[in-house]
Ligand binder design. Structure first.
Ligand SMILES: [Zn+2]
Length: 109
């Protein structure tokens, strides 16, 4: 389960930046094409924050939609999953966004 590693990295990074201050809220941005499951991250996050200044922090996950460009016709294609097809029938898609996994913001007391 690679979400555990991701959650650990996020918790470590925030603890480092907050300098030990109590963290009350964390907002993550997870792209729909990132192959990361928000529910799994949420579950792992709760495990990882135990015993840290982030324990009890509210986790907000924003899912960003996927967007790709068709290599055949140049049109833009919205993707809900890491695969898809353009209106022209082309399947050679170049991803423009939706792969992001980042900490958007966090709040400390
Ligand atoms: Zn196309």
């Amino acid at each position: 389960m690679h979400e555990l590693g991701i959650a650990q990295a996020i918790v470590e990074m925030i603890c480092e930046h907050s300098g030990g201050a109590r963290v009350t809220r964390v907002v993550l941005e997870i792209g729909k094409l990132s192959a990361v499951l928000p529910d799994a991250v949420r579950f792992c996050f709760d495990l990882c924050v135990e015993g840290t200044p982030m324990e009890g922090a509210c986790l907000v996950i924003l899912e960003t939609p996927g967007l790709a460009r068709c290599c055949d016709c140049g049109g833009e294609v919205c993707l809900e999953r890491p695969f898809g097809r353009c209106e022209c029938g082309g399947t050679d898609l170049e991803w423009l966004s939706g792969e992001e996994l980042k900490i958007k913001e966090f709040e400390v007391i």
